[in-house]
Design a protein around this ligand. Structure first.
Ligand code: GDP
Length: 303
């Protein structure tokens, strides 16, 4: 239910416009598809993804001999789900949490995207599931980042391993791993710096942090989550490209979906970059994080 509320802006905008389009056209023809394309691009679905989608739709319309626009809604939702998953199984793509031993999650993304907030929410959610969680304050660069993560740790009721501002992030995360191991924690979530102004430094720093994690914990990091702000549209796409060039991003936390009518960015990221959206941020509170489910998302658009 929360999911539906959080997506209200996108849902109203998208389903409202689609219903309007269907009412105006009645007949499925080339002009209908052109307007549909515009609608989807306007919802940030991304031009390439829209082209793929509309091609698929046209074929399906032919195959099923659909003439009336009223019948096309179901086909659109089916195809949106298909385009999201591509050739992969249509399943919710969950976190890679280990049954035994420590799971390490590295969280990356530019400042302001909602990294700290998302880490707090994720810690809360995992703790609710009965896991023991710890945080490592690896953003030692941004003033206030450590205190902010500490505050989220308190809210979630989990310990935060930290050093002073300006300390070596890899050393902080090394400490975090030691502490998590000695306390038998299930999950360590590692914050990182997000200053994209100095891309080379940032990417070197991430690489170093990753090396430490790989050395200290077998098969870690188990997830590298990139935090993207849904309201930044195609900017989020280019950040996703930059970060996935630098590290193996295993999933996206797409924040502020509640603050945009352009939730279509979800489809573009998965379809064009093959990175699954694992979580959606739907508000500023600790419980406003949802495991991302493409079926629920797409069918929610038409609800
Ligand atoms: P960071 O710099 O990436 O660590 O970003 P923060 O976690 O400090 O978040 C930046 C701002 O975005 C804060 O005001 C958060 O409350 C807000 N924020 C984060 N996630 C969400 C979300 O899912 N929805 C909304 N509406 N706001 C969010």
């Amino acid at each position: 239910k929360k999911y539906k509320q959080g997506m209200e802006k996108t849902r109203h905008s998208f389903s409202g416009k689609l219903n309007d389009l269907i009412a105006r056209y009645r007949k499925v023809d080339e002009e209908f598809f052109e307007e549909l394309e515009e609608l989807l691009i306007g919802a940030d679905v991304g031009v390439n993804t829209v082209m793929d989608l509309v091609d698929e739709l046209k074929m399906e319309v032919k195959r099923q001999n659909i003439k009336d626009t009223k019948e096309i809604k179901d086909v659109i939702s089916e195809k949106l789900v298909e385009i999201y998953y591509g050739d992969d199984d249509e399943e919710v793509e969950k976190l890679n949490i280990q049954e035994d031993g420590l799971s390490v999650i590295l969280v990356v993304g530019v400042n302001g995207a909602g990294k700290t907030t998302s880490i707090g929410k994720l810690a809360h959610q995992l703790k609710q599931e009965g896991k023991s969680v710890m945080l490592a304050a690896g953003d030692t660069f941004r003033a206030g980042a450590i205190e902010q993560l500490d505050a989220w740790g308190k809210r979630a009721g989990v310990d935060v391993i930290k050093q002073g501002e300006g300390s070596d992030p890899a050393a902080v995360i090394f400490d975090g791993i030691k502490a998590a191991n000695s306390r038998n924690a299930d999950v360590l979530i590692c914050d990182t710096a997000g200053r994209l102004q100095n891309k080379v430094n940032l990417m070197n720093e991430l690489a170093k942090v990753k090396r430490v994690i790989e050395r200290e914990v077998p098969d870690a990091p188990h997830d590298v989550l990139l935090v993207l702000d849904a309201t930044t549209g195609q900017n989020a796409m280019s950040q996703a490209k930059t970060f996935s060039d630098a590290t193996d991003v295993s999933g996206i936390i797409l924040t502020k979906l509640d603050g945009t009518a352009k939730g279509g960015i979800v489809l573009a990221i998965r379809n064009e970059l093959q990175i699954p959206v694992k979580f959606a941020g739907l508000g500023e509170k600790i419980e406003d994080l949802q495991e991302f489910d493409a079926h629920a998302f797409v069918y929610g658009l038409f609800a």
